[in-house]
Every structure is written in C-alpha cells, then in structure tokens.
Ligand binder design. Sequence first.
Ligand SMILES: [Zn+2]
Length: 273
Amino acid sequence: MLAQFAVLLGIAGLLIVGMFVYPRWRVRRAVHKAFPLAYSAILRRDLPQYRHLAPDLQWQLKKRIQQFLFEKTFVGCAGLEVTDQMRVLIAARACMLLLNRETEVYPGLSHILIYPSVFVVPREFRTEDGLTVESRQVLSGESWSDGRVLLAWDQVMPPEGQIPGHDVVMHEFAHQLDGEDGVVDGAPDLGSQQRYQVWSRVMRDCYRRHAQMLAHGEHSTIDAYGQTNAAEFFAVSTETFFTNPHGLSMEFPDLFRLLRQFYHVDPREWAGS
Ligand SMILES: [Zn+2]
C-alpha cells in the first residue's frame, strides 16, 4: 500500500515538473542568454524609441523580446519568408506595451502570421432586416482571440516611414491585452472595480469628444478609426499614446493620464518635444 502511494506520489511529482517546472525553466534559460548583437543592431536601426529608452527599459525590452521569440511561432504567409528583422521588430513593438508591468508575455498568444502586404478576409454581417450579408475586408492587421495575430509587413514597416499616431503592431497587441480578461471590449484586466469605473468614465468621455470633433470636421490626434467602437478606441489610443504622446497629452490629457497609469511608462520621455 505504502509502495503504491509512493509510486503515485512519484508520478504526480513528475507530472508537476513536466507541466509547470520544466517549461518555466526553459523560458528562464532562453531569457538569460545574451541578447544577440545582430538583434540590438535591428532595434537601434528600426525602432525609433529604442535609442531614447533609459538603460533599465532597454534591458527590460530585450528580456521580453527574448521570451516572446522563444514562446511564439512566426509564420510567413502568401510566400513571405520570415526574417530576423521581422521577428525582432514585431516582438519589440508588442513588448513595448509590457514595460514596467508585472505580467506574462501575452500568455494566450501562440502564432504571428505575417503577410507581405494588406490581406483580404471574408466577413459576414447582419443587416437591420436580419439578413446575413457576406463581404470582403482589406486589413493591415488583425487580432484573434484564439491565440493568433495577423500582420501585413509593409504596414508594420511602411516604405515611406512610420506616421506618428499609427502602429499596427501596437494596435493589434492592445487588442490582445484587452482580451486577457476574456472579452475584447475596450477595457483590459484592471484588477479592481474602482479602476474599471474610472476607466469606463474617462474612455467614454474621450470617445464622445473624439466623435464630436470628427463630426464638426475638426482634426483629432486620435485616428478616426477609433470611432468604430470601444475596443478600437482603446487600440487606436494605445497607438497614439506610444507614437504621438505629446499630441495625445495635449489634446486628451485625461486619456493620456489613464494610459500612463495602465502602461506604467511615459513615452514623452523617449519622443523628444
Ligand atoms: Zn483593431
């Protein structure tokens, strides 16, 4: 009886090691390796914010990138060959959203599918009469709740350069963060009821003001696509927060403060004036 119990205990121990301890150990080992010099060169050349980050944030970013590259699978679509530049830059932009935060590296995400250019996906929507209509939508990126993100490489790295306020990688990974609490609704996991109340008040007010500005033909720092719904407003605000922080803080100071609290960074420190 005692021998059987000991055998069961041994099997349980092996299962725990196999399921939890060994995977964690493998991740730790990957993260503790030296960051390849070729990857650092890619960051310095192609990620404008990188050179202006404080050394501690550069270090954090590199560790997150290593974990991201270890855990996620990149797939080239429509004949695209995935390069280190693609892997490192997509991981870097995604991990900019995780700096200074106590979090895993997109635990629900497994695959990044990269297309050479914008891609077409079939869509179904219901009309007011209840009819189901099929259409085709052209996309530069898309975030799925089954663990996949789709990206068009020429939108990640536009040949004409990045436009302030636009970053398709940050946009799609904001959707991933949003979905970590089980629903993509414009509010990521905030931890407390009080924080949800503040979040929804600020987001709602800014969403309305943004819509009013557009309705009156005024220019808004936040892209018009943010008007689509609450989830898109959060994703587009995230792009603006990281790539046009001065513009956002001047035009929507409450929203800027809210995102600064959530992301635990102030991108104005890296963006110059
Ligand atoms: Zn979106």
